[in-house]
Design a protein around this ligand. Sequence first.
Ligand code: SAM
Length: 295
Amino acid sequence: MDLIEDHQSQQERSEPCPGTLYIVGTPIGNLGDLSPRAKSILKNVSLIACEDTRRSGKLLKVIDSKVPLLSYHKHNFKSRQSQLLEVLETKGSIALISDAGLPGINDPGEEIVHAAKSNHFEVICIPGPCAAITALVISGLPSQRFCFEGFLPKKTSIRKKRLEDISKEQRTTVIYESPHQLISLLEDLAAVCGKERPVQIARELTKLHEETIGKTLEDAIEYFFINKPKGEFTIVLGGEKKNKEKKISESEALKKLNILIEKGERSNIAAKKVAEETGYKKKWLYSKLNKKLDK
Ligand code: SAM
């Protein structure tokens, strides 16, 4: 079936369907990103469950939706469950939205989806913006395989272990962070991954002041020391390079280093270049160099 035929048959299946839970993606900044299908669902379901009724009320006013709202957030999701299942039981339809983006991605959603499916109700996603995916696809870092960490834990011991795991991860990792904690997260990452680890930090995606900051952890830390972090941030961290096959011996690597320095390259830049080329650690190359100088 081609895309147009598919579109027609979707329209024939009139939505919303009774007894169905819709997980609806909403804009992460730009209201133009609310899809026509999302609008139609949000105007026609029996009930909208949302994190913050005041905040979602504003979005629903823009699209002229008169559907009643019910708060559904991290503090009441357990007690709301039976109420929502009852709506589905009586052939009502529900849209679940979060403050922004896709519900279930660092926002309430997974519990009610699990409960609805366990009770044999249909669950359908109306796809929409998601900061993690949006940041990933514009990062220029490998996106074929990636992992998502959301916000890192605050508790020191768990955080330390998580940071170590991330440092060894070969896939690209996507992380959420608040502006107040951004610099300390970048410093924590640099301590375990090395300052040269590639990173792209997406700021204010889909909004007026959207930008990406990179290209290494060191560069980003330097940037945010000068430009105080403001707005919303998603961090896309390059994976650890698979133990680059060290195709050349240690002495050959050191020889390359010496050649660069003899040509006038600064020693730390020369060490960085040789590290990138050979897979030997910059720190190790640099230490060898210093030892030699000390003699
Ligand atoms: N469910 C949402 C989604 O699909 O993206 C994520 C919700 S999570 C509570 C909020 C975090 O997402 C923010 O703290 C920030 O890290 C990231 N985020 C949300 N909007 C963003 C934007 N416009 N630009 C960059 N990051 C954003």
